[in-house]
Design a protein around this ligand. Structure first.
Ligand code: ACM
Ligand code: ZN
Length: 677
């Protein structure tokens, strides 16, 4: 953006203030650092009529042209000065709204821009009127981002621009585009035309049909081919559009993993040279570095972003262990394992990115085998990975899946379109403080937190409407936590603001999730259940999964029922080879009338309802009497299912054994409690 005068004063017509008795609604997201309201409104009773509203709106919806600051339309006069820049960040601003003037102080156009978004939100929240207020505001973090995955499903540039407008409204400043992945390459690269003439087009529209189907690509224009890509011209236009709204577009080019689409069209870049066999580049071949640096050259030519994201997540690495080129390289560099080989690859790419004056970002797996300190880490696997990264000297962006992945369910899955799974309601995103996991938030390590980002992976998001519904209002909480995470947190107050801003956004044509109709957490999980087995010992005839222990040995008799996601620490997981096989010791022979357990099913991550369940009883834990055997066919679908499976009758026993196994698809079974009545 161009430079702006350091100070300007907007004076407007001296109409009656009107509505001074009304309680103004702040409703601003993110909440300003300091804000005080005064009685009355800026002098026009209807700013939309005065022309000010329209000017502001055309600024935000238009582009960087700041000429209107100096325009005079009869009602508005702009005066500039160069005093009193607040705070030590160019995104800060002071805003003083009185009955007859609006004074904005800022050190740069970024600060002015955010003052304007604050004015816009105030007007939206107050029926077009602007309440008198003194606001002193600045962000806590320089990185406040949103990632959109345009590979798994492709989204138009108009749609991306619409999201950029919303990001600007929320004072977010980084749009990370996940431009490449197995599901489709989305950026025109002159040197490698097959990336967009074939690798951008797949055989099925819906990602899940394609992923669980043939996973093939088709030449552009073939009947049935789904996909798309952005031309360089379109991307440059997007960059400019975003820049005018204080937003930098950060491109991500995946490497060395998640690259099936590239290796389908350039199989010589894989370890065996065969198409449709690999997702990882061969890191032992020089041609791979030539390809990637050529691609990065064209990417950096389009995107002026200081930061370039090179992916780095979830490389399988298995082919490297058998590939002569990879093994040769390992020997040459003295690497003992494939993590060190990956680390060598990342170092080489980082050197290249830095030689071009940019900074490399990678997902937190780039720390495997060691990463150079100058690499910026985007922590996604956990909050702890982010803390580890910052502790080891890396600037770190917090995007933990637990709190910042916006492709999970945000409410009762039955009421929402199918999603990836999980459960991340607005309250959970809001509860996340980027530096909150550090023992001392003023420590040097905590100071390496560059900011926060919300990520939307689009595997289960085939339409723009669903994408918006996944983003809003959860992105509001990302914006708040990046701008003002240390404000006293009171979720009901935030939710009220979120509801107001959702209303504003719906009026602007966004399909937000309706937070006012939120159902909330699974009812069963809200109140502990008491039963004959409560707190009794559980004998594990087969082990539970170490990845999903819940509360360990007591998880199935602690009375705590699980919520909407199996990863909430209440659901205990059992992998199919081990099955669920537990015996509850009631301590003495006890009359029983029912035994049941609830299971959940989410097919994507291979969590299934049991195909076979056996409930039996014993008095000596040696000889068991079968009470019930239940067999069920596994129905594969998109729904998240919960089902109680049990026995009812009249019997007595000291030991109650519950066995369950998944069917032909393997995977996991998960349960939360063996309830004995
Ligand atoms: C990721 O979610 N694989 C970064
Ligand atoms: Zn190789």
């Amino acid at each position: 953006m161009g430079r702006l005068p350091l100070f300007f004063l907007i004076a407007a017509c001296l109409c009656t203030s009107g509505c001074s008795g009304c309680a103004e609604k702040s409703g601003i997201i993110p909440r300003p650092a300091e804000m005080e309201f005064m009685p009355g409104y800026f002098s026009s009773s209807n700013l939309e009529c005065s022309g000010l509203g329209q000017s502001l709106r055309s600024y935000i919806a238009g582009h960087t042209a700041l000429d209107w600051y100096f325009a005079e339309d009869g009602n508005i006069r702009f005066i500039t000065s160069s005093e009193d820049a607040p705070y030590n960040t160019d995104e800060a601003y002071n805003l003083n709204i009185s009955r007859d003037s609006i004074i904005v102080t800022a050190a740069s156009d970024r600060g002015f821009f955010y003052a304007i978004t604050t004015i816009l939100q105030l007007m939206d929240n107050n029926g077009g009127k602007l309440p008198c207020a003194v606001i002193s505001d600045r962000p806590s973090y320089p990185w406040r981002g949103l990632m959109i995955d345009v590979s798994r499903h492709f989204f138009s540039t108009d749609f991306i621009k619409k999201q950029i407008d919303a990001m600007a409204y929320l004072k977010l400043n980084r749009l990370h585009l996940h431009l490449t992945d197995a599901a489709g390459w989305r950026i025109e690269i002159d040197r490698y035309p097959e990336l967009t003439s074939i690798a951008a087009w797949r055989t099925g529209r819906e990602w899940k049909d394609w992923w669980f189907g043939d996973r093939k690509y088709l030449p552009e224009g073939t009947t049935g081919a789904y996909g798309g890509y952005y031309t360089k011209e379109e991307l440059r236009d997007l960059v400019e559009y975003a820049d005018a709204r204080n937003i930098t577009i950060v491109p991500e080019i995946e490497m060395p993993g998640h690259s099936e689409e590239v290796l389908a069209v350039y199989p010589e870049l894989s370890c065996t040279g065969e198409p449709y066999r690999h997702g990882d580049f061969c890191v032992g071949k020089d041609e791979v570095y030539t390809f990637l640096t050529n691609v990065l050259d064209e990417v950096m030519e389009i995107f002026p972003s200081e930061y370039i994201h090179i992916g780095g997540d979830e490389a399988v690495k298995a082919s490297w262990e058998k590939c002569p080129d990879c093994l040769d390289l390992m020997e040459k560099i003295g690497a003992d394992n494939v993590n060190q080989l990956q680390s060598h690859f990342i170092h080489r790419i980082r050197e290249y990115v830095e030689s071009k004056g940019r900074i490399m970002i990678g997902w937190d797996e780039i720390l495997q085998g060691g990463a150079p300190p100058s690499a910026v880490v985007m922590a996604w696997r956990s909050i702890d990975e982010g803390i580890k990264s910052a502790n080891s000297g890396h600037m770190t962006i917090m995007a933990p899946g637990s709190h910042c992945y916006l492709n999970t369910y945000q409410d009762n899955p039955d009421l929402l379109p199918p999603a990836m799974g999980g459960y991340t309601p607005l309250s959970k995103v809001y509860a996340f403080n980027p530096a909150g996991g550090f023992p001392d938030t003023s420590s040097r390590a905590a100071g390496r937190i560059l900011g926060i980002q919300g990520n939307v992976w689009a595997e289960y998001i085939p339409t723009e409407e669903i994408l918006e519904m996944m983003i809003y209002p959860r992105l509001f909480a990302i914006a708040e936590n990046g701008w003002n995470p240390d404000a006293e947190k009171y979720y009901p107050e935030f939710r009220e603001r979120a509801s107001t801003v959702c209303g504003n956004m719906r009026e602007k044509g966004y399909n937000t999730f309706d937070i006012d109709c939120e159902y909330g957490e699974r009812r069963e999980s809200l109140t502990p259940v008491r039963h004959l087995g409560t707190d009794k010992d559980v004998i594990y005839n087969a082990p539970y999964s170490s990845a999903y222990p819940a509360a360990g040995e007591k998880a199935l008799t602690d009375g705590l029922r699980g919520g909407w996601t199996y990863s909430d620490g209440r659901w205990q997981g059992f992998i199919s080879k081990d099955r669920l096989d537990v015996t509850v010791d009631l301590g003495e022979i006890t009359g029983i009338s029912s035994v049941y357990a609830c299971f959940m099913q989410v097919c994507g991550p291979e969590v299934f309802l049991p195909a076979e369940t056996v409930i039996s009883v014993s008095n000596d834990n040696i000889t068991f009497k079968e009470l019930k055997r239940i067999e069920k066919e596994t129905v594969m679908d998109d729904r998240v299912r919960f089902e109680n499976i049990g026995w009812e009758g009249a019997d007595s026993a000291r030991y109650v054994r519950y066995q369950a196994r998944s069917g032909k698809y393997g995977g996991f079974v998960f349960t939360d409690e063996i309830v004995i009545m």
